[in-house]
Design a protein around this ligand. Structure first.
Ligand SMILES: [Zn+2]
Length: 197
């Protein structure tokens, strides 16, 4: 039998653990000291609370074109930035199903021509982006609209959150070390509203 861990797909009645190992959470039932799945879905093991749950298959929602997501930039290459999609506006509390890899192609960054993607995104930036296409392995994202783009960027040198100096140019400045960096920022950068207005 496959080892039961977070992300394992199970069907109703699958033995998950004993109650000594994990306490029953949601989507499970207990019988004679053993915990079983009560639905088809993905296993979620919470090591902190020692609870095991099953998220029903229809939950969480699947991404679709037009959804707005938040994610963290994980890699910036000449032609594309890779984003780890963290949450979805329709229900930000819920975890996302795979694929979580979002890709922003250089042509989908800004309405203007982008020559140097490293002046638009950096690893660790938090971005708000729109889903353009959902594939099996990855999600194509865009940040062309004014309300999309980086909503939080930290100074490459000292890790302090950067402040906007010129929104139109995407020019940011570090309030601590004075370093200047550039991004494709959302128009409400730094306002502390993850989903904007
Ligand atoms: Zn700095």
């Amino acid at each position: 039998m496959e080892e039961i861990k977070t992300g394992t797909f199970v069907v109703p009645g699958t033995f998950l653990s004993t109650v000594e190992e994990f306490l029953p959470g949601e989507g499970v039932y207990e019988e004679e000291g053993k915990v079983y799945s009560s639905c088809a879905g993905l296993v979620l093991v919470d090591l902190r609370t020692r609870k095991i749950s099953v998220l029903p298959k229809s939950y969480p929602p699947v991404l679709k074109k037009g959804d707005i997501v938040l994610g963290e930039v994980e890699d910036v290459m000449p032609q594309r930035a890779e984003v780890n999609i963290e949450s979805l506006r329709r229900n930000e509390e819920r975890q996302l199903p795979p694929p979580k890899l979002g890709v922003i192609h250089v042509s989908q960054v800004s309405r203007r021509y982008v020559r140097d993607l490293e002046r638009k995104f950096r690893v660790g930036d938090i971005v708000r982006a729109k889903v353009e296409e959902v594939g099996r392995e990855m999600v194509q994202l865009s940040t062309t609209e004014d309300d999309l783009g980086v909503i939080l960027a930290k100074c490459f040198r000292c890790n302090t959150p950067l402040r906007v100096e010129n929104l139109k140019l995407g020019k940011l400045r570090c309030p601590v070390c004075n370093r200047v960096e550039f991004r494709k920022v959302a128009e409400d950068y730094g306002k502390g509203e993850p989903w904007g207005r």
